[in-house]
Design a protein around this ligand. Structure first.
Ligand SMILES: Cc1cc2nc3c(=O)[nH]c(=O)nc-3n(C[C@H](O)[C@H](O)[C@H](O)COP(=O)(O)OP(=O)(O)OC[C@H]3O[C@@H](n4cnc5c(N)ncnc54)[C@H](O)[C@@H]3O)c2cc1C
Length: 467
């Protein structure tokens, strides 16, 4: 087995797989290193919501969308989040992503992916553009096959540990299974740092740093640490938004009830809103209620939740187990089922518009209750990169032959609350960087681009402190 390639990619999630495939299709030899036993990363464990603009499903519905509208929606989301977090939004990268997202849809369809339906999120996506893949295990199966067919040398169970540096250039990667050399570049695509509570503690208050996270245990910030050692600048690291630990596809089929047996919010509303609403409930306690059909269909997502669900053959029994008002719970479920059999498009109580596929009611025993538990969403933080996805140092200069994409890059991270905005950027910008490295067609200047941002300003506002 050869331990040298044109490009070495660290991480076999959507970002790394797209990078490797596109680089190989453009003539480069590629080594893909994956710490886990299988490819797919968090995309294979996800709900599979993806957001694109100007794609075939929108055309079919006569929906008017384009890169500018998509970009504006991102800017609006940033404005909303800026009230809570200090954010560095990379508008340039966002524009590249918005433009290229349309072709990512076609690219996935060509690979064999299929999509179910639009999931409306009118507060975040002004046009219907978020859709769900029919089967997230395709991120493992389809990509494993296609990468093999395209001669990508995939090394699973291989954890990268350090970048190799010679004469200020990145020349390879040291792993637990030996070293690998890269002639054209190394791509950091090792996901986020959610699974590393000691790293999170650097950026989060202690009581939050140990809260649960969703997904793979391999995302321990290795990419962030390796890139930091060679001078990469990390941005948006403190934006690790709280989130109710539940896959969105399970929420589609569920309602949430408090201890009074009542619904209290739009279950599919913005992630931060859901956390705020839960915190207003008696004892801050509530449960997602769903039935057996959902349990059987969405088992993978249910198993990923921090607590196993309670179940019972009747709603009365279930209410007793979760210490909720049984009469009210039965009434609430009946009301929800009645709404689903009506022709109303919006839930009259909380304005919810994401409904179960085919408006399936909660009817088949046993019934299940999963506790709403607050943990963290995906961290927004990662490397500052330029539009060629080159990792920049603190002076805004590219580190020769080092690239970052997906959850390892930070400039697009803060739009996470929109929904469908992690996997599509990972795939899209992965395709972009794979192509750029393989063809050596870069657009950005090798010189410092952002140095002026670091000149201290004497116009900074000084907060006024009252005596
Ligand atoms: C339950 C759940 C639901 C989600 N739902 C959605 C959704 O609907 N829509 C959406 O857009 N996003 C969703 N996400 C988030 C999304 O899956 C991730 O943000 C996305 O997969 C990031 O892609 P990535 O390739 O950058 O990283 P990842 O998918 O995290 O992949 C990183 C890969 O790198 C590997 N790795 C880590 N360290 C090393 C190392 N040192 N050496 C080698 N390999 C390493 C990991 O094992 C992993 O395979 C969800 C995630 C989860 C868990």
């Amino acid at each position: 087995m050869k331990n040298t390639a044109d490009i070495v990619v660290i991480g076999g999630g959507p970002a790394g797989m797209a990078t490797a495939l596109e680089a190989s299709k453009n003539g480069a030899s590629v080594l893909l290193l994956e710490a886990d036993t299988l490819l797919g990363g968090n995309a294979a464990r996800s709900t599979g919501y993806l957001a694109f603009q100007g794609f075939e499903m929108q055309h079919r519905e006569g929906l008017d969308d384009n890169a500018e509208i998509f970009f504006k929606d991102m800017v609006n989301e940033i404005k909303r989040q800026e009230e809570t977090y200090g954010i560095e939004f990379d508008a340039e990268l966002a524009k590249v992503f918005a433009k290229e997202s349309a072709t990512t849809y076609d690219w996935l369809v060509e690979l064999g992916f299929e999509f179910n339906r639009f999931l409306p999120r009118p507060l975040q996506h002004s046009v219907n553009r978020m859709v769900d893949v029919t089967d997230t295990s395709m991120f493992t199966k389809v990509f494993s096959d296609v990468l093999k067919k395209n001669d990508v040398d995939v090394r699973t169970s291989t954890r990268a540990r350090r970048l190799l540096l010679e004469e200020s250039q990145i020349v390879g990667v040291q792993t637990d299974n030996g070293s690998f050399r890269a002639n054209m570049g190394v791509v950091l695509a090792a996901g986020g740092y959610q699974a590393n509570s000691s790293l999170r503690k650097k950026y989060q208050p202690e009581h939050m740093a140990t809260t649960p996270y969703l997904g793979t245990h391999h995302d321990v910030g290795d990419g962030h640490i390796m890139g930091q050692e060679v001078g990469g600048e990390l941005i948006n690291m403190t934006m690790i938004p709280p989130l109710i630990m539940v896959g969105s596809a399970l929420v589609e089929d569920s309602i949430a009830v408090n201890t009074l047996g009542r619904r209290f919010h739009d279950e599919a509303g913005p992630y931060d809103y859901r956390v705020k609403e839960l915190n207003k409930q008696p004892n801050k306690t509530a449960h997602y209620i769903y039935d057996n059909q959902t349990y059987l269909k969405k088992r993978q997502l249910i198993d990923e939740m921090p607590q196993t669900p309670s179940s019972a053959n009747s709603l009365t029994e279930l209410a007793q187990i979760i210490e909720s008002d049984y009469k009210a719970l039965k009434e609430t479920v009946t009301q929800w089922n009645d709404f689903l059999t009506s022709s109303e498009e919006k839930d009259p109580d909380f304005g919810r518009v994401i409904l179960p596929a085919e408006r399936r009611a909660i009817i088949e025993p046993p019934y299940f209750a999963s506790k709403m538990i607050t943990g963290i969403n995906f961290p927004a933080g990662g490397f500052r990169v330029n539009a060629d996805l080159q990792v920049l140092n603190v002076y805004g200069e590219p580190i020769p032959k080092l690239f970052a994409v997906g959850d390892c890059s930070g400039g697009l991270g803060p739009v996470i609350g929109m929904g469908g905005m992690r996997i599509t950027p990972a795939l899209t910008l992965g395709r972009v960087v794979g192509r750029k490295i393989a063809t050596q067609k870069f657009e950005c200047s090798p010189n410092s681009e952002r140095l002026d941002e670091y000149i201290p300003s004497n116009t900074m506002k000084v907060p006024v402190i009252d005596d």
